[in-house]
Design a protein around this ligand. Structure first.
Ligand SMILES: [Zn+2]
Ligand SMILES: [Zn+2]
Length: 171
């Protein structure tokens, strides 16, 4: 969704959906979503800076860090970013440091494409080591089987076999 600053009085509420395909096609995305990302963002203009705030929700498809299965998890986050004109960047580098709790980005010209900001916020909020469930059993290090669905038998045997070998070695 692109907003034109010249068309914003003071405040503009943009509600819509974003398809993550666009970012997948760009080739640098790891974001998979089961549903389009929906958002309701309030864009405010103060002098020459712009804030974008509001809820963003999606059903993210994540890969479990233990068993590598894909699972879907609803994510909802509250976006809050502040944009300063790029021309200010060279004049006041300290701006970045005093930005209350908002993340500061820069814009150029009259048009702001909201999608990359929404995308960034989602990526920042995706768990680093997602788990399909708290008690996920993961993958058997020996046979590579997903132990959530079907526990394998190679648990006891090889380790006791190793124990036997070790015993005979020690004797
Ligand atoms: Zn898992
Ligand atoms: Zn196994």
């Amino acid at each position: 969704m692109v907003v034109r600053l010249s068309e914003i009085e003071d405040i503009l509420v943009v509600k819509g959906e974003m398809d993550t395909e666009r970012f997948l096609e760009a080739g640098d995305s790891e974001l998979k979503a089961a549903t389009p990302v929906s958002y309701e963002l309030t864009v405010r203009k103060f002098d020459d800076s712009v804030t974008i705030e509001g809820p963003v929700t999606l059903d993210a498809v994540l890969e479990c860090s233990r068993c590598l299965d894909e699972f879907t998890v609803p994510l909802s986050l509250n976006m809050a970013v502040k944009l300063a004109p790029k021309s200010k960047l060279s004049h006041s580098p300290e701006m970045e440091l005093h930005s209350d709790d908002l993340d500061v980005y820069y814009y150029e010209g009259d048009e702001i494409d909201l999608d990359p900001f929404i995308y960034d916020e989602i990526m920042l909020n995706i768990p680093v080591r997602p788990l399909c469930r708290e008690e996920c059993k993961g993958i058997c290090p020996r046979c590579g089987k997903n132990m959530n669905s079907d526990p394998c038998n190679c648990h006891e045997a090889p380790s006791s076999l190793l124990g036997e070998k070790l015993k005979s070695f020690l004797n």
